[in-house]
Design a protein around this ligand. Structure first.
Ligand code: ADP
Length: 579
């Protein structure tokens, strides 16, 4: 056999520094606007951002940071954090964004596991730094993201970011790196067990940035101004800092104030056209806008993901405010984008309700990700919108392994040292349960640990939550599995009422009738003042399940020999009754 004919194209590595270099050179005057911790609005350009990123790279090199070493951040969305994204990675070190909302012990564990050399922190987190410093002996220095005038008064010895930058001239040429070198590190929240690290490459970050900017993804262009509410410590703000540099988009960064009023005012002032965030923040924004009677003048679309976007929220955005919702699904292990709900030409000709039914799902994959659903036996299930199974994915921005999961070392490691692969036949099992319909639209029904197993069949807790929050008296709802002597598990709704709403248990239960198969109807409703959330704003179902571990459902009592008037609604033959 003759040797394959190789193409004759330049072998230019895909590196994160090429993104900022492009933004600075070709979109140099486009702005990055930040609401600072100091209280004011800071504005500068992509060109100035690159110069300061270079000064940071010089400063870190002067401190002895070597390529491959990790530099961590504990910071809000702001321009200095953007500089860290590019300055740290630009010379080959790894930018490790840490979620400051985690428990301090968890953060210390993460810093030690990642073996971070330096930690850059917003002064909001100064008290946390004093705690961490005693527990993280390998950190060589703590750098406060401020000038000398704002230097926090701490027991720990701290350097000032601005002083370090001032000592450098920014005359620095980004070195050419291997595109397979590590660029960024993010840990999953670790709702069960210790957090796990996803170590991205320069190549995966650039390819993901291309995909994120596509018209059928976030649709980012040089004509947009995007305000990412999703924090830069949550899976790299879904890749937005990278994708905006690639597309030359104006970036508006909200800092620490993520309440409805602050977000609304910044969006209006900066004429923001696009945004992105988890459903809980949008709840705050929509409530503020309704109460204040205000409307958006420039916002065209928003990406909602991280947890399921309730259809009621989608409708509120579209019907009340004319803002397009792009429902997105992904995860830390996927950089994070996997699917987005954008219709194709034919689908957009369908009647309104059919279009909406599609848009409420998590959408179709973008090029670069492949997905499948499999049954218990590992066999692929049909894309019929009914069969649900474990969701598996693969692609160039999906992890191959977790970072140092075996506690081993990262340089020159062979596959045994790198720990066991989490992959199954070359696919990454997401831990999500989903259906895929004939249109190729993914619908996440649950995380596998949250699914309710009733009589050998699965009930989607997300679907039931979406119905509960569509009730006008309900602000937020969680659906969890409750032990049941006959069916193993049955659904319980734990709901928070809107202020002043008088909805009762029976009214809410009745609200489900006709909206799902009978055997999916929740067995009970209980009201609480507040629901627990994770550090990334998701419902903390593990905690709720612990809280309600001893909860006795009325239907369980009936089985135990205390028959109730109304026999529980679930069926004897769940499968047969599926509608
Ligand atoms: P963590 O929950 O640890 O912060 P991730 O942010 O990576 O980690 O969460 C990924 C998970 O979030 C997915 O596996 C899925 O369960 C859930 N998720 C993300 N987006 C959506 C969505 N649009 N609808 C439903 N679930 C979602």
């Amino acid at each position: 056999m003759s040797a394959p004919l190789l193409g004759q194209m330049m072998d230019v590595p895909l590196t994160v520094s090429s993104l900022i270099a492009h933004a600075a050179r070709h979109h140099g005057s486009t702005e990055i606007v930040s609401r600072r911790i100091e209280g004011d609005i800071h504005r500068y350009t992509w060109r100035e951002c690159e110069t300061r990123a270079k000064q940071l790279a010089q400063a870190l090199r002067a401190l002895g940071v070597e390529p491959g070493e990790r530099v961590a951040t504990l910071a809000w969305n702001g321009y200095r954090h953007v500089e860290a994204y590019f300055g740290v990675t630009g010379f080959g070190a790894v930018c490790h964004t840490i979620n400051p909302r985690l428990f301090p012990e968890q953060i210390a564990w993460i810093v030690n596991h990642a073996d971070d050399r330096y930690v850059l922190f917003d002064t909001t987190f100064a008290p946390l730094v004093d705690l961490l410093a005693t527990q993280c002996p390998n950190v060589r220095g703590w750098i406060a993201l401020c000038d000398e005038a704002h230097r926090p008064d701490l027991r720990t010895e701290v350097r000032c970011y601005e002083t370090l930058l001032d000592a450098q001239d920014g005359q620095y040429a980004w070195p050419e790196l291997d595109e397979k070198q590590a660029s960024n590190l993010c840990y999953t929240s670790g709702t069960t067990g210790n957090p796990k690290g996803a170590l991205y490459t320069h190549r995966s970050s650039v390819l993901h940035a291309y995909a994120a900017a596509l018209p059928d993804a976030m649709s980012l262009s040089a004509r947009d101004a995007i305000l990412p509410v999703v924090p830069m410590f949550h899976v790299n703000a879904w890749g937005i800092p990278h994708a905006t540099a690639l597309a030359g988009t104006k970036l508006v960064l909200p800092g620490k104030d993520l309440d409805g009023k602050s977000l609304y005012e910044l969006m209006e002032a900066e004429r923001v056209t696009a945004s992105a965030g988890v459903p809980t923040v949008w709840l705050g924004l929509l409530t503020y806008m309704r109460d204040a009677g205000v409307r958006f003048s420039t916002l065209e679309r928003t990406v909602i993901g991280g947890s399921a976007c309730p259809p009621a929220m989608l409708r509120a955005f579209e019907d009340d405010y004319g803002v397009q919702v792009i429902h997105a699904w992904g995860m830390t292990e996927m950089s994070p984008l996997g699917t987005l709900s954008k219709l194709n030409w034919e689908q957009s000709q369908r009647p309104l309700e059919a279009r909406r039914a599609l848009l409420e799902k998590q959408g179709r994959v973008i090029y670069g990700v492949d997905m499948k659903i499999v049954g218990d036996d590992g066999r692929e299930l049909p894309w019929d919108g009914v069969a649900f199974g474990d969701l598996h994915v693969r692609g160039p921005w999906v992890i191959d392994r977790y970072f140092r999961q075996d506690g081993g070392h990262e340089s020159g490691q062979d596959s045994a040292q790198r720990g066991a692969s989490p992959l199954v036949d070359g696919w990454f099992p997401t831990g999500d349960v989903a259906t895929i319909d004939p249109d190729g639209f993914l619908h996440i029904t649950d995380r596998s640990k949250d699914v309710i197993k009733s009589g050998g069949e699965w009930i989607s807790s997300i679907d039931l939550e979406n119905i509960a929050v569509a009730h006008p008296g309900i602000a937020e709802a969680a659906c969890i599995a409750c032990a049941h002597p006959r069916w193993t598990e049955r659904p319980l709704i734990v709901a928070v009422k809107k202020p002043g709403a008088a909805v009762t248990r029976d009214e809410l239960l009745a609200f489900f009738t006709g909206k799902v198969a009978k055997w999916w109807l929740p067995d009970d409703v209980t009201f609480v003042d507040e629901l627990p959330h994770t550090a990334t704003g998701k419902l903390q179902k593990l905690k709720l399940r612990e809280q309600f571990r001893d909860y006795v459902l009325p239907s369980a009592l009936a089985v135990a020999g205390c028959p109730l008037d109304d026999e529980p609604a679930h069926a004897d033959k769940p499968l047969a009754q599926r509608e």
